[in-house]
Design a protein around this ligand. Sequence first.
Ligand SMILES: C[S@@+](CC[C@H](N)C(=O)[O-])C[C@H]1O[C@@H](n2cnc3c(N)ncnc32)[C@H](O)[C@@H]1O
Length: 253
Amino acid sequence: MTREERLQLAHTPPAWMYEFDLGDGIRTPLLSPELRRIHRTRQDMILPALEQSFPEGLARLDCLDVACNEGYFSFLLHSKGARVKGIDVRPLNIERARAVQRIQGQDPGRLAFAVEDFLANQDPPDRYDLTLFLGLLYHLENPMGALRILHRITRRMCVVESQLTRQQAPLVSGWGETGRFLELPASLAVYREPDTEENRLAAHRGLSFIPNAAAVREMLSAAGFSKVEPVAPPADANPQYLAGDRAVFLAFK
Ligand SMILES: C[S@@+](CC[C@H](N)C(=O)[O-])C[C@H]1O[C@@H](n2cnc3c(N)ncnc32)[C@H](O)[C@@H]1O
């Protein structure tokens, strides 16, 4: 691609979710500067966890990056030797991921991107050694359906990252008869996303359910994962992770 074509790719709106180096000093402009630290924090949380969980390394492991957007974490897994497929429901995100791959030259035999709705996934059981499920759970109308698919196609381990509500005390609910109550530590908050058409980072349907931390654990366990572990944020993490408004979980098959 010529320098002019790369400049045009980088600077044609909308601004990017990730800052990619397109060569000759051309970098894709971020839509929000905070994203830089969010991505760095997630990378710092996820890579050591993968090193621990896959001591043999990621080389030749099959990985799926669900809702990859412009592919940053797919590129990261590829750089560690994995075979990676990145999927996203929005064509523009996948066009950009493919363009970055053409420019940076990652091996097409080990990295492929596709436009797919994860809820329509048809992969066979245990298709991927490792799945990434970052930034998607709280954008879905059917989060539990998605986690059941995730469990079906994951052979060893899944990394889940999500926004969280701040609910810590149990919610109280009436249950069946007068004076009988349930105390429920896990909950989902309903959010009608206002910008599904124009926001490439959002849900592609209107309604989302934002979980609290207890709900993420409960749902992953109900989907069939045998062990769910939160990953502690580093001291220099983006403040959202330090405040518990976002978190990373490891879910083991
Ligand atoms: C907040 S972004 C997260 C991107 C990336 N996973 C990350 O964490 O850096 C949410 C992404 O989910 C995608 N998305 C939303 N619903 C989806 C679905 N049903 N299937 C696949 N991708 C979806 C959006 O297009 C968007 O790229």
